[in-house]
Design a protein. Structure first.
Lengths: 135, 240
């Protein structure tokens, strides 16, 4: 009789434990999954927003590209002067470095600018050429 | 690039700048502050002069001129993101670049996802996405990121630290990873993201504090890329 009671007691204890474990598992699944889903949704929203946000070209300074002198390229003095005026206005600090370059390097900077009409690339070229000669 | 090389680059550029300043005594009309026209930063091995756009008719176009985004998730962030963390503006950020980043004692962190970083960043920043410091991220990823911030992994946490971790983690959801990393020589770090509506850097800061990063060594630039561009400050495009 005592053994039977003990058996029933153990059986009930094990059953209660199994039920508690099952309930915990279900609760974890219910509450944990939305947290991950929310996180995924946030990352997805960030990606979508990043795609929608265009670069702000005028305030972007590129550090891409390398300094290359374009041999044989047609340089229009008028266009080059326009470029210098623009550089002076948009990137005054860079312009000061540009002024220290010799004519050949200045032409190289303008040639780089002419490729894509990106002030950012021209600015990078100015620094590359300046530091190449002032190491 | 080591700190020494970085400092040499900055000093060379500064001398060059001074010489040319002397040679061309032109007045910059849109300065950073009455005394400061530009700040030099080293970005991915290149010296970049941070300055403001001089065209006084220039206006923002594109993503950063947008006023409204769905909230949640893009909600307005508080000024104070966590106790002990200092919120800063542009001048403090530029000082941080000059006095900490250029000298190797501080790290400027762009906490945005790579898709944002690739569109342009504040010169001198390194990209450590906010997800790096999430609880769900692996210790390996956290360790690699923290090593850049002067925080090494503790080879074998003490039994006491392990036990404490277990107890706190069991009874309290707001636990810290005690004893996993050594924050004694942690560098000052300044985190930023897209602006007042961006939760990426606040989340990174909270994750770092949970891991044990000293809050007094953390700075938060709430204005982010939106304020940066609003002031016409230089943006660097990462190398492809």
């Amino acid at each position: 009789m005592y053994k039977d009671n003990l058996y029933i007691y153990h059986y009930r204890a094990h059953r209660s434990f199994a039920i508690a474990f099952l309930i915990s598992f279900i609760l974890m699944a219910v509450f944990a999954t939305p947290a991950i889903a929310v996180d995924d949704a946030y990352l997805k929203a960030l990606e979508v927003e990043a795609e929608k946000s265009a670069q702000v070209g005028n305030s972007t300074k590129s550090i891409n590209g390398s300094a290359q002198s374009k041999g044989g390229i047609q340089i229009s003095q008028k266009e080059m002067m326009q470029f210098e005026t623009e550089l002076r206005s948009a990137r005054p600090a860079t312009y000061r470095f540009y002024k220290k370059l010799d004519q050949q390097d200045k032409t190289a900077v303008f040639a780089v600018y002419q490729e894509e009409h990106k002030m950012t690339r021209a600015s990078k070229t100015v620094f590359d050429l300046y530091f190449e000669k002032n190491k | 690039m080591n700190t020494y090389t970085k400092q040499i680059l900055i000093v060379t550029a500064a001398i060059g700048g001074l010489i040319s300043l002397h040679a061309n005594a032109e007045v910059m009309e849109v300065k950073i502050s009455p005394e400061k026209e530009s700040v030099l930063a080293v970005h991915e091995g290149e010296v970049v002069a941070i300055q403001r756009i001089q065209d006084q008719n220039h206006v923002l176009t594109g993503g950063y001129s947008k006023t409204s985004r769905k909230c949640p998730p893009f909600c307005i962030q508080p000024m104070h993101v966590a106790p002990g963390v200092t919120t800063v503006g542009e001048l403090e950020l530029l000082e941080f670049i000059e006095n900490k980043v250029n000298k190797g004692t501080g790290v400027l962190i762009d906490a945005r996802t790579p898709a944002w970083y690739e569109k342009g960043t504040i010169p001198g920043s390194v990209n450590i996405p906010f997800t790096t410091f999430d609880e769900t991220e692996s210790d390996l990823v956290k360790t690699v990121a923290l090593s850049k911030l002067g925080v090494p992994k503790v080879s074998s946490p003490t039994m006491m630290a392990k036990t404490w971790n277990f107890i706190v983690k069991t009874v309290n959801a707001d636990y810290r990873d005690y004893g996993k990393w050594d924050f004694d020589n942690a560098k000052d770090i300044l985190l930023w993201c897209n602006g007042m509506w961006c939760g990426q850097s606040p989340r990174a800061i909270k994750g770092l504090i949970k891991m044990g990063y000293p809050p007094e060594k953390i700075f938060y630039y709430r204005g982010g890329m939106q304020s940066w561009q609003m002031l016409g400050l230089t943006v660097a495009e990462p190398k492809k």
